[in-house]
Design a protein around this ligand. Structure first.
Ligand code: UT7
Length: 339
């Protein structure tokens, strides 16, 4: 059999032109958690780096947070919702199984020219969405993409399980991508990486509530539709895969570790962040951390951190920024950006 000819075409370079984020007002502190489960501020700080996390109001859904982050991202680059062709929302806590959360966000924004769908890649979802948007724009299929990561993890946390409930919070982040016209530079996505090891799906999961194990009157008390994690094992894989994935985009972007001005890792555990940075030979002052304020907001964590780092001037024009994430699946993802 003769091999099909490979069709080569010129890909358009893609850039990030805007970012935004949103976190709910209500703070849940370590002191509050001490009153709910057998834990202590000292244990949480020492083992995770988290001081407090944000919890959405009962009537504030994932799509509400995603919409606010998206509006801020559009405002930051002067676009209107009608300019958007594509909306991708990364979430593991959708408003409903169907329609997708991206559909609710499209409606709330009034982005009537956009196709919209969700991506499920857990904490790695924002950069899975980024890579997907890069493909659509790079091949000329879409002009303007809005990627959003939004999570209301407080609805899938078992508030009686101290080994997980101290870790997670709610929030959303977003970015706007377009084809780069003119000179290469500001916001250019230089390289992206995504990866998966589905054989380790049971290390971190929400086992119930789906078609494998629907919630029934009989099993409802078992809280199967909440997050379950084998933390130690996840920790080990997180450090190894985040290091490898970040290294691959650093190399493919033609950079050395000393060229990296800022690394923005998934905010799951300060000890994981420090271990990854140290293995990449990136010093502490070039690592962005906001875990103390929000805990682990899954897909939203790296998106919120990216927006906060940009708005606070932690990176500026010409800087090389590395985003790297890790999550359930197992999944991992990275992006190298020249701002
Ligand atoms: O976002 C997706 C990726 N997620 C991650 O990357 C998370 C990865 N894992 C982790 O961050 C850490 O494994 C945890 C923060 C979840 C746990 O930290 P650890 O140092 O691995 O603790 P451990 O699970 O080994 O537990 C150590 C001890 C245990 O007690 P014994 O058996 O030694 O007596 C736990 O029962 O700490 C106990 N413990 C707690 N104590 C006080 C567990 N949770 C708590 C708690 N407060 N909240």
């Amino acid at each position: 059999m003769t091999a099909k000819p490979h069709i080569a075409f010129k890909r358009l370079p893609v850039k990030i032109i805007g970012t935004g984020s949103y976190v709910p007002e209500r703070r849940l502190t370590n002191a509050d958690l001490e009153k709910m489960v057998d834990t202590s501020h000292e244990w949480i700080i020492e083992r995770t780096g988290i001081c407090e996390r944000r919890i959405a109001a009962d009537d504030e859904y994932t799509s509400h947070m995603g919409t606010k982050a998206a509006q801020r991202a559009l405002e930051s680059c002067g676009l209107t919702p009608e300019d958007v062709d594509l909306i991708i929302c990364a979430t593991v806590t959708p408003d409903t199984f169907t329609p997708s959360t991206a559909c609710y966000i499209q409606d709330a924004l009034g982005a009537k020219n956009a196709a919209a769908f969700d991506i499920s890649a857990a904490c790695s979802g924002f950069l899975f969405a980024m890579k997907t948007a890069v493909q659509y724009i790079g091949t000329g299929q879409m002009r303007t993409a809005l990627i959003i990561a939004a999570e209301k993890l407080s609805t899938v946390v078992n508030w009686e399980d101290r080994s997980t409930c101290v870790l997670f919070g709610d929030g959303a982040g977003a970015a706007v991508l377009q084809a780069a016209t003119g000179e290469e530079g500001e916001g250019a996505v230089l390289a992206t990486d995504i990866g998966t090891d589905g054989s380790l799906h049971d290390l971190l999961q929400i086992p119930g509530g789906g078609s494998r194990c629907p919630t029934t009157v009989e099993n409802a008390h078992e809280r199967l539709a909440t997050l379950a994690m084998r933390g130690n094992e996840v920790f080990r894989h997180a450090v190894a895969h985040m290091k490898e994935s970040a290294q691959s985009v650093i190399e493919r972007a033609g950079l050395a570790p000393e060229d990296v001005n800022l690394i923005i890792p998934h905010q799951a555990n300060l000890r994981i962040i420090n271990a990854v940075a140290s293995r990449l030979s990136i010093p502490e002052e070039r690592v962005f951390v906001n875990i103390e304020k929000y805990g682990n907001t899954s897909a939203a964590a790296v998106a919120i951190a990216f927006d906060e780092a940009r708005r606070s001037g932690r990176f500026t024009k010409g800087d090389n920024v590395i985003l790297v994430t890790f999550g359930a699946g197992l999944t991992w993802s990275s992006a190298a950006i020249r701002w």
